[in-house]
Design a protein. Structure first.
Length: 338
């Protein structure tokens, strides 16, 4: 009883200070989401890529506007998309819409080099216990602040000793569907500026070493996977999410859009959307030059969804219902003729 009372008191205290529950985003959670992607369904949307779409795509906005589709967030912080594109290309049952973020450094070796580990975790898990344990963990993690690693006992102790206070609320929250909310107002300006400089420096150093012909050749290697998916009725969209500030300036300098992205878009059979080419997507400031704040994510997502509807990639529910009704009437007429 004392333990329950203590945990309840700590939970209440942390919530009163602005802390929120957050799910731990590990390989088993990714595998659970991947496993839930329906087979042979054209009304499925899967997001792959890195952190920009994991933070910038507001999944609640999508589900509210398109209840006739099912959405799966499989982007992973810092990882490149090629192996995940191959994963869905090799899955003959995947016939949905794949939205894949792609940037000037996406053809380079991944800084983490563990993409295959996520895919292997999905394919090699044979014990139901592992899936069930992950589901149980997710259930409690999304409901209890006290088990959030951000406020684990060691972190709390260090914060009290160093700052004479409990840790400040985390600026990054992971939801059960693996989407993330980034609240830059909770992150110090000094930390944001340091992160911004580091990202700009890394991108510059990488892209300068890749001649445009070599870059296009590496980017073109993904076309084989695109054609596999589209050959069975699926759709692939390459998306360049917004960047700003130093990162955008250096990207323009080191990988000019007209030589890199634009040429890639011309040679790809996929739909290619660059934020600078769409008026409603281009006026966003990323606080760290790389990611959208959680306050901008819903507006950006709705603008992107409008663009996908405009390009006939997504069908609004009323229009979809009307089309489905016409199809049913057509099938009935055909059967009556027989």
């Amino acid at each position: 009883m004392m333990l329950v009372t203590s945990v309840t008191a700590i939970e209440y205290t942390l919530r009163s200070l602005g802390h929120r529950p957050s799910v731990v985003d590990d390989m088993d959670l990714w595998a659970n989401v991947r496993e839930s992607v329906p087979k042979d369904d054209h009304n499925v949307v899967v997001l792959i890529g890195a952190s920009r779409i994991q933070l910038g795509f507001y999944t609640q906005a999508f589900r509210k506007r398109f209840p006739n589709y099912r959405l799966y967030q499989l982007a992973i912080n810092g990882r490149h998309p090629k192996l995940f594109l191959k994963e869905f290309a090799d899955d003959t049952h995947f016939k949905g819409i794949l939205v894949c973020t792609f940037y000037s450094d996406s053809v380079l070796p991944s800084p983490y080099n563990d993409e295959q580990g996520y895919i292997d975790t999905y394919h090699q898990r044979t014990s139901p216990n592992r899936r069930i344990n992950r589901n149980i963990s997710t259930y409690f993690q999304e409901r209890m602040v006290v088990i959030n690693p951000w406020v684990r006992l060691v972190s709390v102790g260090q914060s009290i000793l160093k700052n004479h206070a409990l840790p400040s609320p985390n600026y990054l929250i992971t939801l059960p569907d693996r989407s993330r909310l980034y609240d830059f107002s909770k992150k110090s300006k000094k930390a944001v500026e340091k992160n911004r400089k580091e990202k700009a420096k890394k991108v510059t150093g990488k892209v300068e070493r890749i001649p445009v012909d070599e870059w296009l050749s590496k980017a073109g290697e993904m076309e084989q996977y695109v054609r596999k998916i589209q050959g069975r009725g699926g759709r692939v969209i390459f998306l360049h999410m917004p960047i700003s500030g130093r990162l955008l300036e250096r990207d323009r300098l080191c990988a000019p859009k007209k030589y890199y992205w634009d040429q890639f878009a011309k040679q790809s059979s996929a739909i290619c959307i660059h934020f600078e080419d769409v008026e409603s997507l281009k006026h966003y400031e990323c606080p760290d030059d790389s990611h959208l704040d959680q306050r901008d994510a819903p507006r950006f997502t709705n603008a992107l969804l409008d663009e996908l509807v405009k390009r006939n990639i997504l069908v609004p529910p009323l229009q979809y219902a009307a089309n489905d009704k016409k199809s049913n009437l057509h099938r009935i007429k055909c059967s009556l003729r027989k």
